[in-house]
Design a protein around this ligand. Structure first.
Ligand SMILES: [Zn+2]
Length: 354
């Protein structure tokens, strides 16, 4: 499944409001992303509908299962992927910080899925985690292309240099698009797309909370995605699950269904595939409300409910109401009344359940 960490509405916003170098950076990033979208969709469709294994497609070199490899794309574009192999599983650290951060972030994300949920890599079957760094020239984005992670350097106009490999929640967000691709396969459009985005944010923050062994409470830094990734001019983070709509200058995420933004799924980047990074604020906030009501380690309770829902209960066209109903059922099956009530109350507060 597709996903860029820089949401298209943010790039569109910068094209509209930025100064000339900022506009140029955002335009260049959108243009490079357009060609990738077709490739991503093809790969996602092949793997889902034909049940093709990513390893058999020979799109990436294969290593032993569950291992990490990092490549340097040496500022090339799509045809340069994956690039030159610079670090394999067990190799000592490189002198290149981006290489080490991509390697460590992939490791922390797969350790989170393994230890918290018993999941063996992205596909559940030990898929090799391939990352390419230094993609493109001052490329202001990072993405999962259906088979591997790809990181630009950030050009300093939108994102701080090095921002994409620096944040574990960004890496875990992107790799979770891979988990979704292999499980629910949520379509990247409208409400199923907003759920796809939201599950990536949920497991992005949970990977971060797990790595730091912190409990869920209302401290906002625990609930920000990509804190400090944007240059300060544009905002403090990409998304806030505690306070959707407040993370960056043009952030239009709603926290509840009253603010649902009805957008078409067309080729206009400001429409964001029908608001997938915008309306994801609603299920994001529901997760935040449930997790903070329950307290403790969120990945052990409400996180587990979301994990079982994503991997076992939803299909590719699921709507918000389907996700809400499924999480309530899973909460009842796994934990009983207390957590079921917190989950029900959370979806009610955001206006998905009544
Ligand atoms: Zn995403």
């Amino acid at each position: 499944m597709p996903c860029f960490i820089a949401p298209p509405d943010l790039l569109a916003y910068v094209i509209e409001r930025g100064d000339p170098p900022e506009r140029e950076a955002a335009l260049r990033t959108i243009a490079a992303s357009a060609a990738l979208r077709a490739q991503r969709q093809l790969v996602g469709t092949l793997m889902r509908t034909l049940d093709v294994d990513a390893g058999q497609l020979n799109l990436v070199p294969t290593a032993a299962t569950g291992q990490r490899t990092v490549y340097d794309s040496e500022h090339g574009g799509r045809t340069s992927l994956p690039g030159k192999l610079v670090r394999s599983e067990g190799d000592p650290p490189s002198s290149d910080a981006a290489v080490n951060e991509a390697y460590d972030g992939a490791g922390a994300t797969s350790a989170f899925y393994r230890d918290a949920y018993g999941r063996n890599s992205i596909d559940g079957q030990g898929l090799e985690l391939v990352s390419s760094v230094h993609y493109g020239v001052r490329y202001e984005n990072a993405f999962w292309n259906g088979v591997q992670m790809v990181y630009g350097d950030g050009g300093g106009q939108l994102f701080n240099p090095g921002a994409f490999t620096h944040a574990l929640d960004v890496i875990a967000h992107e790799l979770t698009h891979g988990v979704t691709q292999y499980t629910a396969g949520l379509e990247y459009s409208l409400q199923p797309g907003a759920l796809n985005e939201s599950f990536s944010d949920v497991f992005g923050v949970l990977a971060k909370q797990y790595a730091a062994r912190v409990e869920a409470d209302e401290a906002e830094e625990k609930w920000l995605i990509g804190a400090g990734a944007l240059v300060p001019k544009w905002g403090r983070a990409l998304r806030s699950m505690k306070a959707p709509g407040t993370a960056w200058q043009g952030d239009q995420q709603p926290a509840t269904m009253d603010g649902y933004v009805d957008l078409p799924d067309d080729n206009d980047p400001s429409n964001d595939n029908g608001g997938v990074h915008i309306n994801s604020g609603i299920p994001n906030h529901a997760f935040y409300l449930a997790a903070t009501a329950v307290g403790g380690f969120a990945w052990e309770t409400v996180g587990r409910v979301w994990y079982v829902t994503l991997t076992d209960r939803l299909d590719s066209t699921a709507q918000f109401a389907d996700a809400a109903t499924a999480t309530v059922e899973v909460a009842r099956e796994l934990f009983g009344d207390g957590i079921e009530r917190a989950v029900t109350d959370a979806w009610t507060e955001v206006g998905v359940l009544s």
